[in-house]
Design a protein around this ligand. Structure first.
Ligand SMILES: Cc1cc2nc3c(=O)[nH]c(=O)nc-3n(C[C@H](O)[C@H](O)[C@H](O)COP(=O)(O)O)c2cc1C
Length: 256
């Protein structure tokens, strides 16, 4: 298998949703696709769109104080492809009958319907990047329903979201503190909240130095402090954490 190079189109290996960014100069509304659309703050909600210098949207948004962005549903794969394949400088994209624009509530820019959600944003900040501008918008209003449509997923090609991953193994980490060990672990979120984690401290030869059953926290995770037995066959080298129905996870402690 050949090694990746920084000259490869690495971004095609990343996975994202797709945004439909709408701008208006008061008379002409334009929509472009932006897979580089991310939430970047929660309180207040802020969303960033990253726009290449060659896009008409990039030139237009430089003189604007607002935009709207719709996170596409899987039903919008065609619209996303279309709005990302042609420039508003050449074709009036809003003429497509597959694109449904709605009136805004707070700002003056319409938003594209039928997505997972649509955000009316005022522009908070612009960050210059090589050949790109990141435009950060503050969400002023959201359109959507709680039981939202499945998202469109971009991973080079476009996909529907797959099944949630069910994990078969506990994943564990531990830290040596002054008088004991802090042990943290996660397991499949579907595991029963009543099922305890079984924590075993292992010595040099893999022998069990101490063990304890501990109930998960409110998130279903393990986060505990275990005093290390003052006398015993030797130092604790590894921590094993198991849970009924899942493979045991291990953490190694630094020696010395
Ligand atoms: C699915 C998809 C996602 C895209 N994501 C981005 C993006 O995040 N940033 C960007 O600058 N261009 C992106 N593009 C390319 C622009 O959408 C494209 O250049 C578009 O024609 C710009 O339209 P405009 O000239 O009307 O602004 C994407 C294209 C597609 C098809």
């Amino acid at each position: 298998m050949a090694d990746l190079s920084l000259a490869d189109p690495l971004w095609k290996k990343s996975t994202s949703t797709v945004g439909l960014v709408v701008t208006t100069d008061g008379s002409l509304v334009n929509v472009m696709a932006a897979e580089w659309t991310y939430f970047v703050a929660k309180d207040p909600i802020m969303v960033a769109v990253v726009l290449h210098e060659s896009n008409w949207t990039t030139a237009r948004i430089a003189g604007l104080s607002e935009f709207s962005v719709t996170l596409c549903s899987e039903a919008q794969a065609g619209v996303a492809d279309f709005c990302g394949s042609f420039s508003g400088a050449d074709v009036r994209k809003t003429s497509s009958e597959d694109l449904s624009l709605r009136d805004p509530v707070v700002i003056s820019t319409p938003w594209v319907a039928d997505g997972v959600m649509a955000l009316e944003c005022t522009i908070e900040r612009r960050v210059g990047l090589p050949h790109y501008t990141m435009v950060i918008g503050r969400a002023e209003h959201v359109h959507g329903v709680r039981e939202s449509a499945p998202p469109l997923v971009k991973h080079d090609a476009m996909y529907s979201l797959g099944d949630a991953i069910s994990r078969r193994q506990v994943t564990v980490g531990a830290a040596q503190l002054d008088h004991g060990l802090r042990v943290c672990a996660v397991c499949d979120p579907h595991a029963s909240r009543e099922a305890p984690y079984e924590v075993a401290l292992l010595g040099d030869r893999g022998e069990v130095v101490a063990k304890q059953s501990i109930l998960p926290d409110e998130y279903g995770d393990l986060d505990c402090f275990l005093p290390v037995p003052p006398v015993g066959p030797g130092p604790v080298r590894r921590v094993a954490v198991s849970r009924a129905g899942y493979d045991t996870g291990f953490a190694t402690l630094p020696s010395g």
